[in-house]
Design a protein around this ligand. Structure first.
Ligand SMILES: C[S@@+](CC[C@H](N)C(=O)[O-])C[C@H]1O[C@@H](n2cnc3c(N)ncnc32)[C@H](O)[C@@H]1O
Length: 316
C-alpha cells in the first residue's frame, strides 16, 4: 500500500478503498458540530441534528476500524457545542455564500432534548455511539490549554479543554507507555530519597545512618541511590499542551505536540498513521518527525495542497 500520501476525497469513500488491517494508528480531529463551514457539500459538521452528525462519524470510523490492524489505536480529538447559540444564526455572507473556507461560522442548531444554551454533550454522545458500534473506549484524555480561544461569555466559566478519546479495536493493543512517561513530581522524588523515615515500622538500622529507609530498599538488601530511583511515572490523562499559531490558512489545526504524543504511544516506529480529516496535515508532519508513515484524507483540495507543502517543508 502506498504511504506518505494525501488523498483528496470524502473520508468515507477513501477509507472504503483501503485494505483491511493495514494501518497501525489513527490520530484525527473531525469537524466539530455546527462550528465551521469548510465550504463543500459533502463536509461533515453542518448536519441538521446531532444524531445525523454522529451517525455520519460512526459510519466513517466503522470503516476506519476495518482498516486498522487488530492491535491498532484510535485517538479522537473532539469538543462540545452549545445548543442554539450560533453567533451568526443562519446569516449568509453574500460574498461567500458557502461560508469562508474553514472560518468559524457557527450555526444556531437546536437539539432534541436540549434547551437553548445547553451543552449538547457531543463528545460523550459520540464516544458512547462508537463504543456501541464495537470500539473499546479506553481513555478520556483532557487536552488542557493555557491559551484557549477567548470567549465573551460572563455567565459560565470559559472553556479551556477538549477531549481526546483513546479507542481500540481489541482488548489488547500496541501501547508504548515508556515513550510518553512523564517526570515524577518533585515531592515524590523527595519522598523516595527520604525513605519511610525512622518511625516507620519497616525502618531499619543502617550502619552510619541510623534508622532509615524501607521504601528504597532493594531485594538484595542494598539501598537505592538517586541513579536507581524511578524518574518517571505513567502518563496521566490530563495533557497540558498549548495551541501554537499556524498561519498557513487553516483555522482548526491542532498543535504538532498533541499528535506526536498520541503517535509515540500508539504507533511503532516505521508504522502507518492515518488521519481521515487531515486539514493542514499536522498528523502527517508529526508522523514524519517521528519516523512513521502517514496517510492523510481531506475533502478540501486547497487544504491538501497546504498540507503537502507543509509536510514537505519540514518540521513546523
Ligand atoms: C478540524 S479540521 C482538521 C484539522 C487538522 N487536525 C489539522 O491539524 O490541520 C477538519 C477537517 O476535515 C475536513 N473535512 C470535512 N468533511 C470531510 C469529509 N467528509 N471527508 C474528509 N475531510 C473532511 C475539513 O475540510 C477540515 O480540514
Amino acid at each position: 500500500m502506498k504511504t506518505d500520501i494525501i488523498i483528496n476525497r470524502d473520508a468515507l469513500y477513501a477509507l472504503r478503498e483501503l485494505p483491511s488491517e493495514s494501518v497501525n494508528c489513527c490520530v484525527t480531529s473531525p469537524p466539530y458540530y455546527g462550528l465551521r463551514d469548510y465550504g463543500l457539500d459533502a463536509q461533515i459538521g453542518r448536519e441538521d441534528t446531532p444524531e445525523h452528525y454522529i451517525g455520519r462519524l460512526v459510519e466513517v470510523f466503522r470503516e476506519l476500524r476495518r482498516v486498522l490492524k487488530d492491535d491498532g489505536t484510535f485517538w479522537l480529538n473532539i469538543a462540545d457545542t452549545y445548543c442554539g447559540t450560533g453567533n451568526k444564526g443562519s446569516y449568509t455572507d453574500p460574498k461567500n455564500p458557502k461560508g469562508r473556507n474553514g472560518q468559524a461560522v457557527s450555526i444556531a442548531r437546536t437539539a432534541a432534548g436540549c434547551k437553548q444554551k445547553d451543552l449538547i454533550g457531543i463528545p460523550w454522545l459520540l464516544a458512547f455511539a462508537l463504543r456501541s458500534d464495537g470500539w473499546y473506549l479506553r481513555s478520556d484524555i483532557i487536552w488542557l490549554k493555557e491559551n484557549p480561544m477567548p470567549e465573551s461569555c460572563r455567565d459560565r466559566p470559559s472553556r479551556c479543554y477538549e477531549h481526546i478519546f483513546l479507542l481500540t479495536k481489541s482488548k489488547k493493543y500496541y501501547y508504548d507507555a515508556a515513550a510518553i512517561a512523564e517526570p515524577i513530581a518533585p515531592g515524590t522524588a523527595a519522598r523516595y530519597r527520604q525513605g519511610r523515615g525512622a518511625g516507620h515500622k519497616y525502618a531499619e538500622e543502617v550502619p552510619g545512618q541510623g534508622k532509615v529507609q524501607g521504601i528504597n530498599k532493594t531485594r538484595s538488601g542494598g539501598y537505592y541511590d538517586d541513579a536507581l530511583m524511578p524518574t518517571t511515572r505513567n502518563k496521566r490523562d490530563v495533557w497540558l499542551i498549548n495551541t501554537v499559531p499556524y498561519k498557513g490558512g487553516h483555522f482548526a489545526a491542532y498543535p504538532p505536540k498533541l499528535a506526536e504524543t498520541c503517535i509515540l504511544a500508539g504507533c511503532p516506529k516505521g508504522g502507518i498513521v492515518i488521519d481521515p480529516f487531515f486539514g493542514s496535515g499536522t498528523t502527517g508532519l508529526a508522523a514524519k518527525n517521528l519516523d512513521r508513515h502517514y496517510i492523510g484524507i481531506e475533502l478540501n483540495t486547497e487544504y491538501c495542497a497546504l498540507a503537502g507543502a507543509r509536510i514537505g517543508g519540514g518540521n513546523t
